[in-house]
Ligand binder design. Structure first.
Ligand code: PGA
Length: 248
């Protein structure tokens, strides 16, 4: 399975100049890496000016749950698609926490994004130390009505919420914990779909990913890639993550 590394810039950087500069540095840095799918998920305001290429794809961090209508402040999946955006992150724990996004809403957004031809980066977060029922609920509800053939347009992210770099506790998940999270998700996917589908599903890891630990999340944690947040803000470090991942 091809490695996937997705930068989640969150609400960064501050200026268009910086965003363009960082994107171009990444583009140069990952140009020769053929074994990885590399994506930058940037804030909406920068998407029209960042120029994706064959080896650096563009992603958004949210979208609306439908394509047309009077929805003040919203951005439709089709508008993103028209801009050349290929991916969209949905269900991130920060949106669940600060904007009270429910899994039912995430489910509608997933279906709208797929309908518009976007690939979905579906974050499944665990507030508990061990993967469990809250993840099962997110998967079951989040995937309601999603057809089996569409699963290859989804990248699942196992995100132990306590391991996200901006949380206060500064605990980093081990590759063994990532392995357990991935296995748990595959098991739920097996129940929803079937064994073969569950096996083929792309699951990446998110939570304090950097160039030093990405290798172990891939090798020992059996993840097909990662979703770095804080570390992706340094374009040289992000390119390093991609290079390390492609060697793992
Ligand atoms: P982090 O963010 O790499 O800064 O921990 C990951 C995420 O929240 O997606």
């Amino acid at each position: 399975m091809k490695i996937i590394i997705i930068a989640n810039w969150k609400m960064n950087p501050l200026s268009l100049v910086e965003a363009k500069r960082n994107f171009e540095i990444i583009k140069k840095g990952v140009r020769d890496v053929k074994q990885a799918e590399v994506v930058v998920c940037a804030p909406f305001v920068f998407l029209p000016v960042l120029k994706p290429s064959n080896y650096l794809k563009l992603g958004a961090q949210d979208c609306f749950l439908g394509d047309k209508g009077p929805f003040t402040g919203e951005i439709s999946p089709q508008q993103l698609k028209k801009l050349g955006v290929e991916y969209v992150i949905l269900g991130h724990s920060e949106r669940r926490r600060y904007l009270a996004e429910s899994t039912a809403l995430v489910n509608q957004k997933i279906k709208a994004a797929l309908e518009a031809g976007l690939k979905v980066v579906f974050c499944v977060g665990s507030k508990a130390k061990k993967p469990g029922k809250e993840m099962e609920r997110q998967l079951k509800e989040g995937l309601k009505g999603v057809k089996r053939p569409d699963l290859n347009k989804l990248v699942f992210v196992y995100e132990p919420v306590w391991a996200i770099s901006t949380t206060k506790n500064k605990i980093i998940a081990t590759s063994k914990e990532a392995l357990k999270g991935g296995l748990y998700m595959r098991n739920v996917l097996k129940k929803i779909f079937d064994k073969k589908t569950a096996k083929k599903t792309k699951i990446i890891y998110g939570g304090s990913v950097n160039s030093k630990n990405i290798g172990s999340f891939i090798k020992e944690g059996k993840m097909v890639g990662g979703l770095p947040g804080a570390a992706s803000l340094d374009p040289y470090e992000f390119a390093k993550i991609v290079i390390q991942a492609s060697r793992s």
